[in-house]
Design a protein around this ligand. Structure first.
Ligand SMILES: Cc1cc2nc3c(=O)[nH]c(=O)nc-3n(C[C@H](O)[C@H](O)[C@H](O)COP(=O)(O)O)c2cc1C
Length: 171
C-alpha cells in the first residue's frame, strides 16, 4: 500500500491510542481486545503497525492461529464503555461479539473483521512476530511492567506482531 495513504489516519489514531483502540485477529472468533500500545512505521519498505499482546490474553491464542489482524480506532473520546469492557473482560469467559455492544464490520482487504462503531480501520497482514526478550529491556521498565504481579510467573511478556498495512480507511 502507498505509504502516504497508509499514514493519513495515523495522527488521530496515535492521539486516541492511549485511551484505547480495538485489536481483532483473523479467524471465525471475533473478539475485540483493547490495546493502548502500538507502533506505526516503515519496515522492509512497507507501512507497518506493530501491536503487543501478552501471552495470557485470549487474543494471543487467536493471533497465533491467523496471519492477519485489524486495528479499529474509535473517534476521539468515543466508545469509552466498550473500551473498558474489552480491556477488562476476556473472550475466554464472555462472548464479546454478543456482550460488548460492538458490531462486526466485514474486512475489505483480507484483514480481520473490524469494529463498526469506530472511525478508522487498519487491516494488516502479519510479517513477523517475536516474544519480547525481557533480558534486553530497560530494567526499570522490566520491573514496572513485567514484575511478579503479572498473570504469568515469567512476567507475562508481550509478543510483538509486525503487520503490513493492507488498507487504512474511515468508516
Ligand atoms: C487502555 C487499555 C490498554 C490495553 N493495552 C493492552 C495491550 O497493548 N496489550 C495487551 O496484551 N493487553 C492490553 N490491555 C489489556 C487487555 O485488553 C485485557 O487483558 C483484555 O481483557 C484481554 O482480552 P482477551 O483475553 O479477550 O484477549 C489493555 C487494557 C486497557 C484497558
Amino acid at each position: 500500500m502507498d505509504l502516504q495513504k497508509a499514514f493519513e489516519l495515523v495522527p488521530q489514531a496515535a492521539e486516541q491510542l492511549p485511551r484505547g483502540a480495538f485489536l481483532t485477529a483473523g479467524g471465525d472468533v471475533w473478539n475485540p481486545m483493547t490495546i493502548g500500545w502500538a507502533q506505526f512505521g516503515v519496515v522492509w519498505s512497507k507501512p507497518v503497525i506493530t501491536v503487543m499482546v501478552r501471552k495470557s490474553r485470549f487474543t494471543y491464542s487467536l493471533m497465533e492461529k491467523t496471519d492477519v489482524f485489524t486495528l479499529s480506532v474509535p473517534r476521539t473520546k468515543e466508545c469509552v464503555k466498550e473500551l473498558a469492557f474489552c480491556g477488562s473482560r476476556s473472550g475466554r469467559d464472555v462472548d464479546k461479539e454478543k456482550m460488548s455492544g460492538l458490531s462486526r464490520a466485514k474486512a475489505i482487504s483480507g484483514g480481520a473483521d473490524a469494529v463498526a462503531e469506530c472511525g478508522s480501520v487498519f487491516e494488516c497482514r502479519i510479517l513477523q512476530k517475536q516474544l519480547l526478550d525481557l533480558n534486553t529491556l530497560d530494567p526499570e521498565l522490566r520491573a514496572k511492567f513485567y514484575g511478579s504481579n503479572q498473570a504469568l510467573p515469567d512476567g507475562d511478556p508481550h509478543v510483538l506482531y509486525v503487520g503490513e498495512i493492507l488498507s487504512a480507511y474511515q468508516l
